[in-house]
Write a protein that binds this ligand. Structure first.
Ligand code: SAM
Length: 313
């Protein structure tokens, strides 16, 4: 099955409303192309003069972009790269300011469902987890080489895993006997350790897999950078829409938006502002938007999604 876009109508409405009009020349960046679900809808619902520039660091995105290239011609472009390098990617493409930025972060169903990519404990494959398999090191390198302290820090900081220490010790003891190079070997090892009565509905390896994926792809670092650069690139009235899937990402987005809204930071007793800070954005949905129950029923992968949006002042 392909990827079902999450909060599709909600995110498109927010992006196309930028500047208060659906018409006109707009340049919108979808920095997480995936299967192109959001990009396609943006192209379909915007004016003939709107251009959508998509980005993805996964080389497999190129093939999935072909039908959009055929269908929409010069209104659509795909740039291969990491959105952490948004400045560079846009400069190289000859693009200055933009009117919208969409970040639907995390993984696509294509990546999750393909055992060979190593993202899922549900299918066996090499423990890789790189969104761009042409750069960096696979997750197996961490599992095979990191010391106990590092493993615990990764599982705690990026997975909020309550059994971080027990799991790290078990990994180290096991890898001395046999290498842990596949998704199944790691998932089974974790599953054997978590007692039956402590199990929730989610697989016991969920949090460790999440933590490894975040570290392998420096997901939080990339998100921090794209938020900052994206805001600088937005035209006045331009909008940024971010859909995140776990609390670490959502916290980061919420904090960034809150800091960008903050104007003067002088203490209240100072009569005249000395900091010179002005509010850069308006938050469009203060408590975040979550999928309706009908969407979650149709697409269970949407259940943890949270959408936040701002408009550049
Ligand atoms: C949830 S999917 C997006 C799905 C898409 N909105 C759709 O409707 O098909 C996230 C995509 O973003 C890409 N991605 C994640 N982090 C990235 C980064 N730092 N730079 C570029 N692409 C990234 C992933 O490779 C994946 O294809």
């Amino acid at each position: 099955m392909g990827h079902v876009p999450v909060l599709l109508q909600e995110s498109i409405d927010l992006l196309l409303d930028a500047g208060g009009s659906l018409a006109g020349d707009k340049l919108i960046v979808d920095a997480t192309f995936g299967g192109g679900g959001h990009t396609r809808k943006l192209l379909e619902l915007s004016s003939e003069r709107t251009v959508v520039v998509a980005i993805d660091r996964d080389p497999a995105a190129e093939l999935r972009s072909l039908s959009l290239k055929q269908g929409f011609g010069p209104r659509f472009r795909l740039l291969a790269g990491n959105f952490a390098e948004l400045d560079l990617l846009l400069d190289e493409a000859g693009i200055g300011q933009i009117d919208g930025l969409l970040l639907d972060i995390g993984l696509s169903s294509f990546q999750l469902d393909e055992g060979g990519r190593g993202f899922s404990f549900r299918s066996d494959g090499p423990l890789d987890m790189r969104m761009d398999p042409t750069t960096g090191s696979p997750a197996s390198a961490i599992i095979q080489e990191a010391d106990c302290e590092t493993l615990v820090r990764i599982f705690r900081d990026f997975g909020e895993e309550p059994y971080a220490l027990t799991i790290a010790r078990k990994i180290i003891a096991t890898r001395e006997q046999r290498p842990l190079l596949t998704t199944r070997s790691l998932a089974q090892l974790i599953a054997e350790m978590v007692p039956e009565y402590k199990r929730s509905r989610r697989h016991p390896a969920t949090l460790v897999f999440q933590a490894l994926r975040i570290v392998v792809n420096d997901e939080l670092g990339a998100l921090e950078r794209v938020l900052r650069i994206g805001l600088e690139r937005l035209n006045q009235g331009g909008r940024m829409v971010v859909i995140s899937y776990h609390s670490l990402e959502d916290r980061l987005v919420k904090r960034f938006f809150r800091d960008s809204v903050k104007g003067c930071i002088c203490p209240p007793r100072v009569p005249i502002c000395g900091c010179g800070r002005v509010s850069l954005v308006k938050v469009l949905n203060r408590s975040g938007l979550r999928p309706q129950s009908a969407e979650v029923e149709r697409n269970p992968r949407s259940r943890s999604a949270c959408l936040r949006a701002i408009e550049r002042l």
